[in-house]
Design a protein around this ligand. Sequence first.
Ligand SMILES: C[S@@+](CC[C@H](N)C(=O)[O-])C[C@H]1O[C@@H](n2cnc3c(N)ncnc32)[C@H](O)[C@@H]1O
Length: 317
Amino acid sequence: MSLPEIFLERLGRILEPSDLIVAMSAFKSEVPTVFRPNLLKCNSEDLRAELESVGFELTALDFPPDTFTVPSDQRRALTEHAAWSEGRLWIQNPSSMLPPILLDAQSGEDVLDLAAAPGSKTLQLASTGARLTAVEKNRGRFFKLKANLKSQDATNVETRMTDGTGFWRGREESFDKILLDAPCSSEGRFRADDLKSYAYWSPRKIREMKRVQFRLAISAIRMLRPGGILAYSTCTFAPEENEGILDKLLSRFGGVLEILPLDLPLKNVQNGLSEWEGRSFAPEISAARRVLPDGLFEGFFLALIQKKTSIPTRSDV
Ligand SMILES: C[S@@+](CC[C@H](N)C(=O)[O-])C[C@H]1O[C@@H](n2cnc3c(N)ncnc32)[C@H](O)[C@@H]1O
């Protein structure tokens, strides 16, 4: 089987030709298993020494910090090791680690994870000491999130099974930082040898996702305190779900929002696009970043958005 033709045609218009070649090979290549220590339970050096002493071949990544790989044929053994069953390590693609790192939550801040399950990023945020709330709409995934938080000793998280699009009611200006790792068409996780990874993809899926993404993003903006920061991310390439959402937010909220510059010490990144299918995006959206698949990092998109002031009420304008 091969990846959907319409997807490949679109990707050819999103990426530079040289990046497309790398991405096409990454969709087919064997990916090492990437993991990070659960800093609530152990430190990197002890975990590394413990795993190497029983034969795991660890390589530390330059970035993100405290992140290791083992060859893909050691993945199974890793999930059978006590460090996994005892919740001392978490397997996670490095692209997925970026939004919590950039959000830079601090102890004592009120932080919301608005689309949280299965909780990879909630777990990262939990080790910051922030006052953390995690929302998940899907019942099965909500209980998976709860189980993951428990096994990793992330006890400082308030969890809510509810629809994030309406969660803002009664919570306007309640959070310093919000992570919206939005449900998406998941193009960044496609694997050429895994039909399941792309079987549910279609242009219609993109249209469906962009509607819920925008509603979740509006909810997030309402809940941010003035000065607060939203990290918006998806694991998809589709500009409609990425730059398109940022552009609609800027139009909707006028001068209230600012897209912040992102400093990512990675080579496999592209600035936010300036246009897609005849629609121009606001120039400041170039500050967003698309992480390109390179055989280690999966495809990803992220932006930091600051709410500079309260949203004016009708009587203010
Ligand atoms: C990309 S996944 C989140 C992954 C998660 N941040 C992590 O790192 O493990 C998006 C999640 O949003 C949930 N979701 C979809 N619509 C939602 C809504 N309206 N409100 C809250 N959660 C929603 C999905 O069930 C899914 O679990």
